[in-house]
Design a binder for this molecule. Structure first.
Ligand SMILES: C[S@@+](CC[C@H](N)C(=O)[O-])C[C@H]1O[C@@H](n2cnc3c(N)ncnc32)[C@H](O)[C@@H]1O
Length: 414
């Protein structure tokens, strides 16, 4: 006969769990993501009604007039000390919560922690908190958790996935040496990045998934040091991860079959973003880069993409251009057109442009889009457009397939 197990629900702060050491086989937790959502304030709306309707049935949960806020693990900026204080508080509390998880977990137990954030500082805090606990990440999985149609995702480049970290309770190795750790991260991430792309992870989620993979490597050590004896902090480690992902995304394009499908101007654009991002560059340096990709700078600078400003050159992003001035031939122009249409919410026209130009069915078009996104900083307007567009990539491709199939069937019956 089956034994009925009645679950027991307890309310307590994650920073002080009312359980003895080595008690649980597994712990699953989905902590707040830094400053993403003010949960307690949002809950107040429901809390006041619940208190009136079922408050007498569960008096222990409704003792305070509004939801308790003092132990909430969020990086708020409206309290004393502003955002810096909020950030420190978040990190301290998360650290305590992870230590508690490690304490209540059996020695061979398993913990799964869900987390995601777009900003580097959001990741720094997670890494710092995790490295101070006895939880060591042994695997990480990006899983689509967010509704694509939710309000925040619609007009922004919000993340679609969260990273599920699988952790074991174990002792960390004392020191990892930077050169060796970097090499290990590189090898590990390269393997992961290709399969992530195949699995449809793109846009801002691509880099975030890479961070997860990198933590699997450097999270094994108590500290990472260079040979001069400097300890490498989380922000530096994240910089290396960014470098590895960007180099990988760009080199994949420039050194494999896709490179031949790119025109000199598109190659130039990708290389420019990779080398100079959105900076203004002296003409001499700009000309060298142009020459290496077969672009004649003087010929191009009146056509809309490349602008000469006295002795400097600027390569415009989509936000600096207007739809009427952009052509339909060069991949980079079509990309800019599509991004401006995406910004204006003109999705039907995106399909038309991609069908008309044929780029919508080319894998190289999406790879280039991803690679350019990787070269730009999080706050870049162009990056936001790129990631937003990549967020609808899979749906768009399905739609284009559908349109093409209908066309084929029609032709069959003509
Ligand atoms: C990312 S949300 C979890 C969402 C949940 N997985 C769901 O799908 O509804 C993080 C949660 O952690 C809670 N939280 C914040 N500080 C806490 C603390 N000190 N102890 C326990 N939970 C806390 C928040 O109230 C919020 O509900």
């Amino acid at each position: 006969m089956r034994k009925l197990v009645i679950p027991k629900v307890t309310q307590a702060s994650a920073t002080k769990l009312p359980y003895p050491d080595n008690y649980f086989d597994a712990v699953f937790t989905d902590p707040p993501y830094y400053d993403n959502v003010p949960y307690s304030y949002l809950s107040d709306f429901f809390y006041v009604w619940l208190k009136r309707s079922i408050g007498d049935l569960y008096p222990e949960f409704f003792m305070t007039p509004l939801t308790p806020k003092s132990k909430e693990i969020v990086a708020y900026s409206h309290q004393e000390g502003g955002f810096e204080a909020g950030k420190r508080y978040f990190e301290e509390m998360l650290k305590k919560a992870f230590k508690e998880i490690a304490r209540v977990l059996k020695p061979n137990g398993i913990a799964t922690i869900v987390y995601t954030h777009k900003s580097t500082s959001g990741w720094e805090t997670l890494i710092n908190s995790l490295l101070e606990s006895d939880l060591v990440v042994t695997a990480s999985w990006p899983i689509d958790t967010e509704m694509k149609a939710r309000l925040r995702a619609k007009e922004s480049a919000a993340l679609a996935s969260s990273i599920y970290f699988v952790c074991r309770k174990m002792e960390r190795k004392e020191t990892g040496w930077l050169n060796e750790v970097k090499e290990k991260i590189k090898n590990h991430i390269h393997k992961k990045l290709e399969s992530l792309w195949e699995e449809g992870v793109s846009g801002a989620d691509y880099f975030v998934a890479a961070i997860g993979s990198a933590i699997e490597i450097f999270g094994k050590y108590k500290k990472v040091m260079d040979y001069e004896g400097n300890e490498i902090n989380a922000s530096k480690l994240l910089e290396y991860v960014r470098e590895i992902v960007t180099d990988y995304a760009v080199k994949q394009i420039l050194h494999n079959g896709i490179a031949e499908q790119l025109s000199p101007l598109t190659r130039f654009y990708l290389l420019w973003r990779w080398t100079y991002a959105e900076a203004r560059v002296h003409f001499d340096d700009a000309r060298k880069l142009a020459q290496s990709t077969g672009v004649n700078l003087e010929k191009e600078w009146n056509k809309g993409l490349i602008k000469k400003e006295k002795e400097f050159i600027r390569v415009l992003g989509p936000q600096d251009r207007t739809l009427d001035d952009i052509g339909n031939e060069e991949m980079v122009d079509v990309l800019h057109k599509v991004l401006l249409l995406w910004k204006a919410g003109r999705k039907e026209e995106i399909k038309d442009v991609l069908l008309e130009t044929g780029y919508g069915r080319k894998e190289s078009f999406y790879r280039v889009t991803q690679a350019i996104s990787e070269t730009l900083p999080v706050e870049s307007k162009e990056k936001k457009l790129l990631d937003g567009f990549l967020g609808i990539k899979d749906k768009l491709k399905d739609k284009l397939d559908e349109i093409e199939n209908i066309g084929k069937q029609r032709r069959l019956f003509e």
